[in-house]
Design a protein around this ligand. Structure first.
Ligand code: SF4
Length: 86
């Protein structure tokens, strides 16, 4: 609400954002919600919070599924520690 409706510097961390961010090594596994939120907000450049949130959300819904991520067709695979491709 703060981000979508009021355009404030905020970033929602839902289950998709947390999962994708953790798999990409952006977030510490098992971190509490407050840490996930603060880390994600620190990673977002000012003014790009909404874009980062929506891109991670979309990636989690279309490719990086909870049970079976489709790493073979993931455009982030080269940067993903889970795949181990450098
Ligand atoms: S490579 Fe796999 S685990 Fe990593 S972000 Fe892509 S889909 Fe998710």
């Amino acid at each position: 609400m703060l981000l979508f409706s009021f355009g404030l510097r905020e970033i929602p961390v839902d289950t998709h954002v947390a999962r994708v961010g953790t798999r990409l090594g952006l977030l510490r596994p098992g971190a509490p919600f407050e840490e996930l939120h603060d880390t994600m907000l620190a990673l977002a450049r000012p003014g790009e919070e909404l874009e980062l949130h929506l891109n991670l959300l979309r990636h989690g819904r279309r490719t990086c599924f909870a049970r079976a991520p489709v790493c073979a067709r993931c455009e982030l695979a080269r940067s993903c520690p889970r795949v181990g491709v450098a």
